[in-house]
Design a protein around this ligand. Structure first.
Ligand SMILES: [Zn+2]
Length: 157
């Protein structure tokens, strides 16, 4: 019996360790967010990037969201945004938005509710516009932003 209880305690602590490790790797850091462009010169943009990551990371951690650990788009200097055909008014230009890789079933998007978004001051693009299968055959992503729009889950354009 004692052996069993020792084994159980061991398994529980192993489980906790694993969760902590998983949580460490499933948040976004500034280096990932800025990507190949590096940090912008504009202090306001740096501040925006910090606010964006603070809100998104807090939501991921509190609700243990199934975040893949991959940022598909973070900061986009305006010239780069033009080059890739992004919306001219994209919140990515002002470091107020981030795209996270989602799976084919869009499980990350499915697990985010308007209530959660409200709690962290976030807005999400409607997943019908960010699903790989429904858009250009590329992967799915989740677009989150701190720049307010009319609805918590909004339709672009
Ligand atoms: Zn985006």
């Amino acid at each position: 019996m004692k052996m069993l209880s020792i084994l159980w305690t061991f398994l529980l602590s192993l489980g906790r360790l694993f969760r902590i490790r998983r949580k460490d790797t499933s948040t976004i850091n500034l280096t990932e967010y800025y990507g190949k462009h590096g940090a912008p010169q504009d202090i306001q943009l740096q501040h925006n990037a910090q606010e964006t990551l603070k809100a998104v990371n807090a939501m991921i951690l509190k609700y243990d969201l199934p975040y893949s650990g991959v940022v598909t788009s973070g900061y986009r200097p305006s010239a780069y945004n033009r080059k890739i055909g992004g919306s001219p008014k994209s919140a990515h230009i002002r470091c107020q938005a981030v795209d996270l890789l989602d799976n084919e079933k869009q499980e990350l998007a499915d697990s985010i509710t308007p209530k959660m978004l409200r709690e962290f001051g976030l807005y999400m693009e409607d997943q019908r516009y960010t699903g790989g299968a429904r858009t250009r055959g590329s992967g799915s992503w989740v677009h989150l932003q701190i720049r307010p729009t009319k609805r918590r889950i909004f339709i672009p354009y």
